[in-house]
Design a protein around this ligand. Structure first.
Ligand code: AMP
Ligand code: MG
Length: 445
């Protein structure tokens, strides 16, 4: 039964061949799921080679080696408070009506060291970060110590009205790491606090996967650069800049290449040249089956075409293949469709190339504030804004869901996901999944 179904599905996929060039029919499955598309692309990229960078260049990047501390952290037991170092036994039984008085015999500021004895009737004034004298086992903060005579510094006498417990206000040696211990494991994303941790452990340089370089090519005879005022029939190339921004956001290094007109040979030459110079090539436009849509044919002609359409909206036409050993991704021309394709499929690939292991943005469930008519059986991604009330998340889809617009995405903070299936209306108050665009994949909500 299962076997018959699988064969039927495979047959259906192979038969869904929408175009032909020089009489060659391309056997690429049509309308694969977003998950399959992502898996396919991820399967064709590998982690980049490793480079060594200064730790400040590690922010948000993945460690490609285990990093070890060269010393114990903390290197020595020290005081967590400004106060008085004592042995807890000395102030045992201390109470407001029977305080214990001690002489202050020395002072230890941070950076100094007191190696002497502390007699029964004695204590040492100590500052935060200063090494705990070996003869002491607790620090009593000076706010709860009364000065009996003097100014509380060396030569004074002070009174303790409360007992202390050994270990009070002390940070022990090796509390966070031992010398030689791995403090950041290979595969871990290093955040700002991690940079501080590394610095404290003597790690100033670190191996990480190189950032992939990404060529960005807009294709369309109607396109002019943003520096130009478009004449009749022309529009500005906005995609290349959004996609370059998305690439930066994904940790990659983009280069916006010249616009390629709708011409098979021209686009082929531009793509092939880019595959020699960059780690990943992204095009936008010309990915469907129109008379002037050439990216599928270019990838098929110059390399191996592996994907042509994905069951999502906007952005059904998503081309992927390998040319000269380099991944080439042909995004659709409509801005929202190109953006979504990048976010959902290209970004995971660029992240895998940098050693990341999480590829899905976090999702939350939210109540719709407006009804949503789903007219298309594909999985729909509607630009929307998430907010919160006492009962949880609310989501308001943008009024204009045209795939030709960047503006609603700029104003949005999530995509509402309406799953594949029959046309239906999602009512006000109904829960829908929302993909959060600004939250890193590592954050699980
Ligand atoms: P296409 O996928 O080439 O059929 O283009 C679909 C729509 O997206 C058309 O209205 C194009 O003019 C528009 N478009 C294509 N490329 C770009 C681009 N680089 N920037 C902005 N809009 C574009
Ligand atoms: Mg076009």
């Amino acid at each position: 039964m299962l076997c018959i179904a699988s064969v039927a599905l495979l047959w259906h996929n192979i038969l869904c061949l929408k175009y032909c060039r020089k009489g060659i029919v391309l056997a690429v499955p049509e309308l694969i799921s977003l998950e399959d598309a992502r898996e396919l692309v991820l399967a064709h990229v590998e982690a980049m080679d490793v480079e060594e960078v200064g730790i400040l260049d590690m922010i948000g990047r993945v460690a490609a080696e285990d990093l070890k501390s060269d010393i114990d952290i903390a290197p020595f037991a020290h005081s967590a408070m400004d106060g008085f170092a004592v042995r807890a036994l000395q102030v045992e039984g201390a109470a407001p009506d029977s305080p214990v008085e001690l002489d202050v015999i020395a002072e230890v500021p941070a950076g100094a060291w007191y190696g002497g004895e502390i007699g029964d009737g004695e204590c040492v004034r100590i500052m935060t970060g200063a090494p705990l004298p070996e003869a002491a086992d607790a620090v009593v903060k000076y706010e709860i110590v009364d000065v009996v005579s003097g100014d509380g510094r060396e030569g004074s006498r002070v009174a303790f009205a409360k007992p202390a417990t050994a270990g009070d206000n002390i940070r022990s040696a090796g509390e966070e790491a031992k010398a030689g211990e791995v403090i950041v494991h290979a595969g871990e994303v290093v955040h700002s606090a991690g940079i501080g941790f590394l610095a404290g452990c003597g790690v100033t340089r670190c191996k990480t996967h190189r950032r992939p370089t990404v060529a960005i090519i807009a294709t369309g005879s109607e396109l002019v650069e943003p520096t130009e005022v478009p004449t009749q029939g022309k529009i500005r190339n906005s995609n290349s800049y959004a996609l370059a921004a998305c690439a930066v956001d994904a940790g990659a290094v983009p280069t916006v290449l010249p616009i390629s007109p709708d011409d098979f040979e021209g686009l082929r030459a531009a793509v092939v040249a880019a595959t020699a110079d960059y780690d990943f090539v992204v095009t936008s436009g010309g990915a469907a089956n129109g008379d002037y849509d050439f990216i599928k044919k270019v990838v098929d002609d110059a390399g191996e075409l592996l994907m042509s359409t994905v069951n999502m909206r906007p952005g059904k036409a998503q081309t992927f293949g390998i040319v000269n050993g380099t991944p080439v991704f042909g995004l659709p021309g409509n801005p929202a469709a190109a953006y979504l394709g990048f976010e959902m499929i290209v970004r995971p690939a660029l992240r895998k190339m940098q050693g990341y292991s999480h590829f899905e943005r976090p999702t939350v469930k939210a109540r719709l504030t407006e009804l949503q008519k789903k007219k298309d059986p594909r999985r729909i991604f509607n630009r929307a804004t998430l907010s919160k009330d006492d009962a949880g998340y609310l989501v308001t889809p943008a009024k204009n869901q045209s795939s030709g617009l960047f503006g609603p995405i700029q104003k949005a903070n999530c995509f509402v996901v309406l799953p594949e299936g029959e046309a239906r209306t999602y009512e006000v108050g109904e829960f829908v999944d929302c993909v959060l665009l600004d939250i890193p994949e590592e954050v699980l909500l």
